[in-house]
Design a protein around this ligand. Structure first.
Ligand SMILES: NC(=O)C1=CN([C@@H]2O[C@H](COP(=O)(O)OP(=O)(O)OC[C@H]3O[C@@H](n4cnc5c(N)ncnc54)[C@H](O)[C@@H]3O)[C@@H](O)[C@H]2O)C=CC1
Ligand SMILES: O=C(O)C(=O)COP(=O)(O)O
Length: 409
């Protein structure tokens, strides 16, 4: 087991995909100076090499942290997804290695909602095609097929943080909102839930997707769903590229069954700004194509940097797993007068007993103990009034079923 009880000047932080500098500042302010900062994501081979040395990694939506990559992450204690989606990380694989994963569940919500609303207006006015024509010297001055947003039906699929915020903004514009979600969700304003996806598709002038990437949402929007949409309606996808069958969408646009689309996320996205973007939607001028920038605003990125770096620092400094996405959540007070031991283990009978036995045999005074479990793992935090914890830590590591144990220095 790698030694994970380190002074801050030994803790290495690897930040990828150009996370906002606010994250770097926050780490530095808290005494973390071993920071490697890269603008792009990495290939699997580069990632395996770099992750082997990192104690903390920060990524955005592009970097794939698979079980295979995580097998190299011997020293890693935490992953920060500087975004909302966490589908790029194999969460259970991280958990079984004792690696905690954090994200920013709502710092870019508003940015996505604003972009989608703007796209809805652009699509209703047939702007993408008129814009493309004007760039080529054309002059399509006509009201044919152009509509106000006022009174039109916006169909939202996935009424979570983004979907519900979009709902509020769209109603302020006078749109009628219908939504479909697999969970019961409180309607905002006058929005109306519908009980089937088909009902939503048959009513909406604009359909917009705001679901997470899960096995259930994989290709949930294909030829069948497109054929259920109202003729002349438009589709927006700023969720994940795996949710929509992109070839079927290209067909629906070519046949003019749909009047337009706005697509921000793709099944294959370039690793960085130097790589070419390939898609069957290229050249279809009625389609707005954006390079996965739904959440890319200065406000969102700066806040995400602070939020996620803050969670990573708190976990590293204090052990708190509050708002972790793959771990039992423990919120901890500061441990000013105590040494804090952290023990992550497989959730099997007798673990707590074994831990307490080690502590009681050491005759150290325990000033606080915290335990949280889920079906797979247990997380125990013990505050002890002693400076001499090395031997105890080793004995804790030796308990069968231990995944990771460290001491906060
Ligand atoms: N384009 C971009 O830059 C960004 C994209 N995103 C994507 O947007 C997604 C949604 O974000 P949030 O609204 O914050 O997530 P959220 O978790 O708050 O909401 C997702 C909603 O979708 C619902 N849902 C799940 N499966 C469904 C299904 N099969 N059918 C219908 N509804 C379903 C859930 O019940 C939930 O209400 C994220 O998971 C992420 O993938 C998020 C931020 C930026
Ligand atoms: O927040 C999300 O889930 C996003 O899709 C945004 O991803 P990004 O940080 O722009 O790579």
């Amino acid at each position: 087991m790698a030694d994970l009880s380190l002074a801050k000047d030994k803790i290495r932080v690897l930040l990828l995909e150009g996370v906002h500098p606010s994250a770097v500042k926050l780490f530095e302010r808290h005494g973390y100076h071993q920071i490697e900062y890269l603008k792009t994501s990495l290939s699997d081979a580069e990632l395996k090499e770099k992750i082997a040395d990192a104690h903390i990694i920060g990524i955005r939506s592009r970097t794939q942290l698979s079980d295979e990559v995580l097998a190299y992450a011997d020293k890693l204690i935490a992953i920060g997804c500087f975004c909302i989606g966490t589908n790029q990380v194999e969460l259970d694989a991280a958990k079984k290695r004792g690696i905690v994963v954090f994200n920013a569940p709502f710092s870019n919500t508003r940015s996505v909602a604003e972009l989608v609303l703007a796209e809805a207006i652009m699509l209703l006015r047939r702007i993408p095609h008129k814009n493309a024509m004007a760039h080529q010297g054309g002059w399509d001055k006509s009201a044919t097929g152009s509509f106000e947003a006022r009174g039109k039906v916006l169909g939202i699929i996935g009424y979570g943080h983004i979907g519900s915020q979009l709902s509020v903004l769209a109603e302020q514009l006078g749109m009628q909102v219908r939504y479909y979600d697999i969970e019961d969700k409180l309607p905002m304003g006058n929005a109306v839930p519908v009980s089937t996806l088909d009902d939503l598709l048959s009513e909406a002038d604009i359909v917009t997707l705001h679901v997470p990437q899960t096995p259930q949402t994989h290709m949930m929007f294909g030829a069948r769903q497109l054929s259920r949409m109202k003729p002349g309606s438009a589709l927006i996808n700023a969720s994940r590229g795996t949710v929509v069958d992109i070839d079927a969408l290209a067909e629906a646009l070519k046949s003019e069954r749909l009047s337009g689309a706005a697509i921000d996320v793709f099944p294959q996205e370039p690793k960085g700004n130097d790589e070419a973007f390939e898609s069957p939607l290229r050249g279809l001028t009625q389609c707005i194509l954006t390079p996965h920038i739904g959440g890319s605003t200065q406000e969102a990125q700066e806040n995400i940097g602070i939020e996620v770096a803050g969670k990573l620092v708190r976990y590293s400094d204090n052990g708190s797993t509050l708002s972790a996405v793959n771990f039992p959540e423990v919120s901890l007070p500061a441990h000013t007068d105590a040494r804090r031991l952290l023990h992550i283990h497989q959730n099997r009978p007798g673990m707590l007993n074994a831990i307490n036995q080690v502590i009681s045999e050491s005759s150290m005074n325990v000033s606080g103990q915290y335990l949280q479990t889920d079906e797979a793992i247990g997380y125990v935090v013990i505050d002890v009034d002693s400076q001499d914890t090395q031997a105890i830590l080793q004995r804790l590591k030796d308990i069968p079923g231990t995944i990771r144990a460290r001491e906060l220095l």
